[in-house]
Design a protein. Structure first.
Lengths: 309, 358
């Protein structure tokens, strides 16, 4: 009898416990904390989005209302977007130039960066620290240091009269652009390669692969997501590059999109054509935003891979 | 970072990475392979960065011949070697301009602008970024949306964001309407400085937030639980646990941002315009000089900026190294109290921190 009571008691207690576990009492403070964290997150999103919203809104006004401060455009108009691609601005050409420059830079950087990063991630050799320092220093120096000699060189000014005239050519932007793209790619890729277990290659080599084959057949497919992420980060960097393009691409037909936007002029030539500029800004940004939103997890991983162990 | 932190230890023939010595089948006697694989990268870096930097230094020791009028753009006269004159000229005040600091040499004006913009921007970005990271770390749901939102400022090209803020800060623009003011943000006034600061902070504080969040997520929850049991307040938890543990990640983010802000070009150029002395940075100034074919001075200013950047990076490393040693000392004291005899970390962390800068 007494045993049954004990059983019941125990059961009763455990039920209570189950009840408590199922519905943990949230103290008021914690609930306020949750609400506050949602408010905080909303604030962060608004902080990031509102200026961009202003750009989109301003691009959807009538071209004559470029500086209007209404929060919703009325009437909504896509005339600015037509203006962007009009013959006068020739923005389509600039977009193609941007794709060529950023695409070539990305491909070259990946070609050389992948094998370099693999060596840094996996192989042991003397002077590795030196190489790491060198690559880091390279990503540190101001791009403007390159301008005086390169400007002289590319414009065949003495003492570089032997050098071909490279102003207004794609290579004048692509080659110096490698100096910031390559360190970025090597660092990010090294971090990605290090995440893959070395046993993978060892297993492949036990099975008779040479290191080269192990790299191509085992590591590269597995590292594909990391390579893709690096490609996106480098592409965005090259797409957004402004200083080199501004300096070396002076002809309207070869300008990249970022330079073209900065040089838009209004029909009258006095007013800043804000509507057109904002529309062009949206056109330049939206492809990047789509890529970023689709691959956001990977990009965040890529951006933080180098920064956090 | 992972790479570099492991390196200094791996140098004396022992492998970092947690792999035991000689266990890495790939790395035995393959130094030559490593150099072959690295050769393209190193050659490209030497050609597109190394040689131009050396040429730039050479250039900074020259001036275009005085016989040629720089206004006509005729540079057929060639150069003459002037030694360090381009560098010493910044002390003679030969090119006075009136900016926020009274009438001083244009170089020093740009130098001070660069310095103050960097200090103010990085401070603001760090505070806002850390606040963002703390909020995101607390969140249970919706982190994906916030992360997507945070990447928006990062993905927008700087020049586009400069023009976007130019519209917002227009004298008849939306910023003045919201504030109910008539501030001439873009007219090279003191307000232009703050317009730059706001635009830069908007674009890059989320970046610091992202990196800090990644650091926050490595802190185990048990540490906070233990602190709560010991009766630590929220503020104490933040100062004693969160900040020290997130410091490595935060320091890297701040170092990145500092070096980037020192080189700032797109924002002042696109938003306020070239030749506006209140916001002219060293990069803008050097670009202007180069565009006007004064290659010698342009190279000299760029080289000074380069040295400045290196110096700041070095100071970062040294101060952080010092702090690490300082921390170790503090830890020693604490540990003495607790009777723990574990030796503090070696003071040779400077190199690690430097390597960790990426």
């Amino acid at each position: 009898m007494s045993a049954t009571t004990a059983d019941v008691r125990e059961e009763h207690l455990s039920k209570e416990e189950i009840e408590q576990l199922a519905h943990p009492k949230r103290p008021l403070k914690a609930r306020v904390g949750v609400v506050l964290s949602y408010v905080g997150m909303a604030l962060i999103v608004l902080y990031c989005i509102i200026p961009f919203y202003w750009m989109v809104v301003s691009s959807l006004r009538l071209p004559t209302e470029g500086q209007s401060t209404e929060f919703i455009p009325s009437p909504v108009s896509i005339d600015n977007y037509k203006g962007v691609f009009s013959a006068q601005n020739n923005f389509g050409r600039s977009l193609i130039n941007s794709v060529i420059v950023a695409g070539t830079t990305t491909i070259l950087v990946l070609l050389f960066g992948i094998i370099g990063a693999y060596a840094l991630a996996r192989l042991r050799f003397r002077g590795k620290v030196l190489v790491l320092w060198l690559i880091m220093a390279c990503s540190m120096f101001p791009l403007v240091v390159l301008l005086p000699p390169l400007l002289k060189m590319f414009s065949s000014t003495s003492p570089f009269t032997w050098f071909p005239y490279w102003i207004n050519t794609y290579q004048s932007v692509i080659l110096p652009g490698l100096s910031f793209g390559l360190p970025l790619a090597v660092w990010t890729l090294t971090a990605f390669f290090k995440q893959l277990p070395v046993e993978l290659e060892q297993a492949a080599m036990v099975d008779g692969c040479t290191p080269g084959v192990a790299f191509r057949k085992v590591i590269l497919p597995l590292a594909a997501p990391g390579v893709l992420t690096t490609a996106i980060i480098v592409f965005i960097g090259a797409w957004n590059e402004f200083l080199l393009a501004l300096t070396f691409l002076q002809d309207k037909d070869i300008q990249t999109a970022t330079v073209a936007i900065s040089k838009f002029t209004g029909t009258t030539g006095f007013d800043t054509p804000y509507g057109t500029i904002m529309a062009a800004g949206v056109v330049v940004t939206v492809p990047l935003l789509l890529a970023v939103l689709i691959f956001q997890r990977r990009i965040v991983a890529g951006l933080t891979a180098g920064g956090v162990k | 970072m992972a790479t570099a932190t492991a390196e200094p230890q791996s140098l004396p023939a022992t492998e970092g990475d947690g792999h035991k010595h000689k266990k890495n089948a790939l790395s035995d006697g393959q130094g030559r392979l490593a150099w072959i694989l690295l050769a393209p990268t190193l050659i490209i870096i030497a050609v597109v960065a190394g040689i131009p930097v050396i040429l730039s230094f050479w250039e900074s020791l020259h001036q275009t011949n005085a016989g040629v009028d720089p206004n006509t753009g005729m540079i057929a006269g060639g150069d003459k070697f002037v030694g360090l004159q381009n560098f010493t000229d910044i002390f003679t005040g030969a090119n006075p301009v009136t900016g926020s600091y009274g009438t001083i040499d244009r170089f020093w004006n740009a130098f001070l602008n660069t310095t103050f913009i960097t200090i103010v921007c990085v401070l603001l970005e760090t505070v806002i970024g850390v606040a963002m990271a703390l909020i995101m770390a607390k969140a249970f749901r919706g982190r994906g949306i916030v992360r997507a939102g945070i990447l928006v400022p990062w993905a927008i090209p700087t020049i586009v964001s400069a023009l976007m803020w130019k519209l917002i800060f227009d004298s008849s623009g939306v910023m003045n309407r919201i504030l109910g003011t008539q501030i001439l943000w873009l007219a090279d006034t003191g307000a232009s400085f703050w317009a730059i600061v706001i635009a830069d902070t908007w674009k890059t504080a989320p970046f610091i937030g992202l990196l800090t969040l990644a650091g926050l997520q490595t802190i185990p929850a048990e540490v906070y639980e233990a602190a709560k049991v010991d009766g630590a307040s929220t503020w104490q938890q933040f100062v004693r646990i969160t900040l020290p543990m997130v410091k490595p990640a935060l320091v890297v983010a701040v170092l990145f941002r500092t070096l980037d802000t020192l080189r700032m070009f797109d924002l002042p150029y696109g938003m306020i315009g070239p030749g506006k002395y209140r916001v002219e940075t060293l990069s803008v100034f050097a670009y202007q000089e180069a565009a006007q074919t004064r290659y010698g001075p342009a190279a000299a200013y760029a080289i000074i900026l380069f040295i400045y950047v290196l110096l700041v990076a070095f100071l970062f490393v040294r101060i952080l190294g010092a702090e690490v040693i300082g921390d170790a000392d503090v830890q020693k004291k604490k540990k003495k109290k607790k009777g723990d005899e574990e030796p503090a970390g070696p003071p040779a962390t400077a190199l690690e921190m430097a390597g960790g800068a990426h």
